[in-house]
Design a protein around this ligand. Structure first.
Ligand code: SF4
Length: 224
């Protein structure tokens, strides 16, 4: 059997899941669409954001993988870059981000029932998602798709949060065993470490402001 015939049903099944998720996000008043590649996602970002716009972003491996971080640092935009300021000024960047024209981020999970699920330590990213920036662009790879909120909670506890804690060298219990200390507990169960990265749990469902949140799903694995 050729590679084409082996992979074609999987591609079709992925497309069906992406279609279903886009419909559900639109029903929740998010401006959702999906593309095949991260290059197409980057092209959409370029189309959406006018030159000179004030931009900010949440920490995200997905944005880096798509080339969005390089785009934000290209000089085309007024980018509030927390990596370009001393540590004592990062809080100011976080606060300025609330009045940005555009805020870019990924999502820890996207449900096929049309919700975004995000968990933060500092809370700056989920705060900007909820309120402040005029527009929010969320880019998420197909690996972030889950059937529903319980699956999203499990995804964060068993994969996203431990992987991020390891990447950020937080020394939390999950960096030793690869899974959340509260994996068997409810949504907010976890460790009591000073550097815990799971503190605020946000579900974005039906939106009061239509199309402020713009979701670009990508039929590739991006981030974690
Ligand atoms: S609550 Fe603690 S142990 Fe659980 S994933 Fe978050 S940082 Fe890791």
């Amino acid at each position: 059997m050729s590679e084409f015939t082996v992979h074609e049903p999987l591609k079709e099944q992925t497309a069906l899941r992406l279609d279903r998720t886009v419909r559900a996000l639109r029903a929740n008043r998010m401006d959702a669409q999906w593309v095949q590649t991260k290059e197409e996602a980057l092209a959409l970002v370029r189309q959406m954001i006018p030159e000179g716009a004030v931009c900010s972003c949440g920490g995200s491996m997905t944005l880096a993988e798509c080339g969005v971080m390089d785009e934000l640092r290209s000089g085309r935009y007024d980018f509030l870059d927390r990596a370009a300021v001393p540590a004592e000024q990062v809080g100011e960047i976080y606060r300025k981000s609330f009045s940005a024209d555009w805020y870019l981020m990924s999502s820890n999970a996207v449900t096929e029932t049309g919700e975004l699920y995000n968990v933060d330590g500092n809370g700056n990213r989920v705060a900007a998602l909820i309120f402040g920036p005029k527009n929010v662009i969320v880019i998420a790879g197909v690996n972030k798709l889950v059937p529903d909120i319980p699956a999203a909670v499990r995804r964060v506890k068993t994969l996203t949060a431990p992987a991020n804690a390891i990447r950020l060298k937080q020394g939390t219990p999950c960096t030793e065993c690869g899974v959340c200390a509260g994996v068997k507990g409810d949504l907010a169960a976890g460790c009591r470490a000073d550097k815990r990265i799971c503190c605020s749990y946000v579900v974005s469902g039906f939106q009061r402001v239509p199309d402020r949140v713009k979701v670009i799903l990508v039929a590739e694995n991006l981030g974690y």
